[in-house]
Each structure stands twice: as structure tokens, then as C-alpha cells.
Design a protein around this ligand. Structure first.
Ligand code: ZN
Length: 182
């Protein structure tokens, strides 16, 4: 049975820590944490989650883009568990788009990110994997990777004026359903 975990909120020191690599992927606690993170992500309408967000400072994240109440225009994909992830290559091009965070509730920020990246990680089965990610999915990865390094999206803002409330954000999405904003 997986559990719904409590989300660490901005101000909790665990979100400002550098997370530790995971060496024993088949260990029970790692597999339990993966199951609990998948459940927690699904229940909270997130599109990604990182282990420090549930108080576990380990290098484990999940990218799981899908349309939901918090991100109506997100593309659909299978949840992908990534252990000890890093970026191998990235585009020169960056783009700004809206991000929110389960650990920073109530607001969204316009965050610059690379538009295309090549990443490497170990799967939940212990296999080393390379993958190309673009656009919104690349954005989710970069957001979650930041969590493993003690950063939140607020740290990436070019200006405090690039912050709006969730309510305003959802209004903008309704106004432009084709989705320049996410
Ligand atoms: Zn976050």
C-alpha cells in the first residue's frame, strides 16, 4: 500500500538542502518512496515531484506531465521516475513560461528554462537511461532538478513582477485556451 505524503512547504529547510545520491536502488525504502511519491503526485494535481518535497533529501524525481486542474494544457505522458538525474546537454535557447510548485502554493512565476535538454538518469529498475526532453516536459525536469539542489522556481525569476496568483493564472488560461501560458 502506498501512502499520501505531506508536502514540505517553502521555509522548510529540507527544500534548501543539496540532496544525496541514491546508490542502492533496489533497497526497500527507495522503492517505497517511489510508490508513495507517485501516489502523492497523482492526488495533488502535480506534473512533477522531487523527493525533498516530501522531506526526503535524496536525488529522486518524477516527471509526469498530464492535463489537470492546475495545468489544463499540459501534454500527456507516462510518469517517469528518474534517480540521480543530470543534464548532459542543453539548447542555447531559453524560454519563459509559467510555473507553479506544490511547495510554493498559491502563486505562479514566469521562469526562464532551456527549451531542449538531453538528460541521463537511473530508472526505478536500476537501468542507466538517456532521454531528450523538450518544451514543457524539459521545463518540468529542470524545475524538479532544482529541488535536488536546494533551489525553488522563485530563485530563477528575472523580476518579482513575474509573479501572479493561481487565480489570475487560471483566468489567463481560460482567456487563451490554445495555451501560450501554462
Ligand atoms: Zn516544485
Amino acid at each position: 500500500m502506498t501512502k499520501l505524503l505531506q508536502i514540505s512547504q517553502l521555509g522548510d529547510p529540507v527544500l534548501r538542502q543539496t540532496s544525496q545520491p541514491i546508490y542502492q536502488i533496489q533497497d526497500g525504502w527507495v522503492q517505497t518512496l517511489i510508490g508513495d511519491l507517485l501516489t502523492t503526485l497523482r492526488e495533488s494535481n502535480g506534473v512533477g515531484i522531487a523527493a525533498p518535497q516530501v522531506g526526503q533529501p535524496y536525488r529522486l524525481l518524477i516527471v509526469a506531465s498530464r492535463p489537470n486542474a492546475r495545468y489544463p494544457n499540459a501534454p500527456e505522458m507516462q510518469p517517469t521516475v528518474m534517480i540521480n538525474p543530470h543534464i548532459l546537454k542543453h539548447s542555447n535557447e531559453m524560454a519563459k513560461d509559467w510555473e507553479g510548485c506544490l511547495s510554493v502554493p498559491g502563486i505562479r512565476g514566469l521562469v526562464p528554462r532551456y527549451t531542449a535538454i538531453e538528460v541521463e538518469y537511473t530508472t526505478a529498475e536500476g537501468k542507466l537511461q538517456q532521454q531528450q526532453l523538450t518544451d514543457f516536459v524539459a521545463r518540468i525536469f529542470q524545475h524538479e532538478l532544482d529541488h535536488l539542489n536546494g533551489l525553488v522556481f522563485l530563485d530563477r525569476l528575472e523580476s518579482v513582477q513575474d509573479v501572479i496568483t493561481d487565480q489570475e493564472y487560471l483566468k489567463r488560461i481560460v482567456d487563451s485556451p490554445s495555451g501560450e501560458t501554462r
